[in-house]
Design a binder for this molecule. Structure first.
Ligand SMILES: [Zn+2]
Length: 390
């Protein structure tokens, strides 16, 4: 486990449950074979976590105009040190021109660093094409919500090149179904969310190419009609791959368990929707122009309001909280914050020969108690403070 870009490790493969020896050279996995001697019982190897919705981390808010390279690198390194080796940097609702200039700015920052190029797999644009209805807009500013047009979509594509883009959109907005078709034809993934769309509109969005639903159970009012509401409608749409925030707060444990019984496990993935307070102590944090309070319970709220505004959850803690809520072994939930979201974006994130030696080595006690985690990126051990990884 020397800190160079070649090495080897024997551990239990997280999904097959078999003892494996992983060898790598020049940052790439060269061998993945049966281990000849049994590794320690509590030592596992798993692909790095891949979070599709990171709004900020470790005290750094991504919703700002003048994000610095140092801050972005520091947040990225902390995420990676905590096992999240890849993510979609997420920009949330603001004036469209402001969102576009932030996107251009963070993309320019990314191009200055190979570490950022490898960690930031693409962009999640959550807003401003969302429902402005009370409850459905969540912590987004409803006065900034607008209808999407083909010009918006083309502009977004022109500033993102070939990068993976996930766009969360509310399909009941005027012109949305048509723009979904255009966005998909330009290679974007469409996730429906912050929406109160009817069954018919949801179906039309799916026919136009929408494949996801963003943080089901959130982005909707606390009180819903028991006969017909957005949750019931989505439960009957197996075409949609659904994200859930597994912090025990955004979705209550009983509802979280029910969702796993109602939906096929292959269409569920997790995201933290982490904001600046994730991986940082409780206190008051910036989220764009707003301030939010984060208590010791990790609940993130605009001061004095009952709304949730993103989470203070570290991705790795989400994996283990999900496993504990479901009373299932952690490797099942690990896949839902690593391989499954990557696949949803059309990307590979798995342990395989010829793939980057980017993975996590974990010590797990009992069924679901994480004791230790070491992330590797391109064969190098990630240190939270240092710049060893690329
Ligand atoms: Zn949201």
């Amino acid at each position: 486990m020397a800190n160079s870009d070649n090495g080897e490790i024997s551990a239990w493969h997280y999904s097959s449950g078999q003892p494996v020896r992983v060898r790598w050279g020049a940052g790439v996995i060269t061998h993945l074979e049966d281990a000849t001697t049994a590794p320690p019982r509590d030592l596992f190897v798993a692909p790095g976590l891949f979070d599709l919705q990171i709004n900020g981390y470790s005290g750094v808010d991504f919703q700002q105009d003048n994000l610095t390279l140092d801050d972005l690198q520091s947040a990225t390194r902390q995420l990676r040190a905590a096992g999240c080796t890849h993510f979609l940097l997420t920009l949330i609702t603001d004036e469209w021109s402001v969102m576009i200039s932030r996107l251009r700015h963070v993309r320019a920052l990314r191009s200055q660093s190979s570490e950022l190029e490898s960690a930031i797999a693409g962009w999640h644009i959550e807003g401003p094409f969302l429902s402005a209805e009370p409850g459905f807009h969540g912590a987004h500013d409803p006065s900034r919500m607008i209808d999407p047009t083909p010009e918006h979509i083309r502009e977004l594509r022109s500033f993102t090149g070939d990068d993976p883009v996930l766009l969360t959109i509310s399909p009941e907005r005027h012109g949305a179904v048509k723009t979904i078709g255009l966005a998909v034809s330009l290679g974007m993934r469409i996730s429906l969310g912050h929406t109160n769309a009817s069954v018919e509109t949801l179906h039309r969005a799916i026919q136009s190419g929408a494949t996801g639903f963003t943080h089901l159970g959130n982005g909707c009012p606390r009180e819903l009609d028991r006969h017909d509401n957005i949750l019931w409608r989505v439960f009957e749409m197996p075409e949609l791959t659904v994200s859930l925030i597994p912090d025990r707060i955004h979705v209550s444990p009983p509802l979280f368990r029910l969702m796993h019984r109602l939906l096929d496990p292959s269409v569920i993935y997790y995201t933290t929707e982490a904001m600046a307070a994730a991986g940082a102590p409780p206190g008051r944090y910036k989220m764009g122009k707003k301030e939010v309070d984060v208590g010791p319970d990790q609940i993130v709220r605009p001061p004095g309001q009952p709304l949730f505004a993103g989470s203070a959850l570290r991705p790795v803690d989400g994996v283990f909280r999900a496993a504990q809520m479901l009373n299932r072994p952690w490797p099942e939930t690990w896949a839902r914050l690593s391989e499954i979201p990557a696949k949803f974006m059309g990307l590979r994130n798995e342990l395989a020969v010829q793939q980057p030696a980017t993975f996590c080595v974990l010590k797990v006690k009992g069924q679901n108690q994480l004791e230790d985690l070491q992330a590797y990126v391109n064969g190098m051990a990630v240190a939270p403070g240092g710049g060893s990884a690329e």
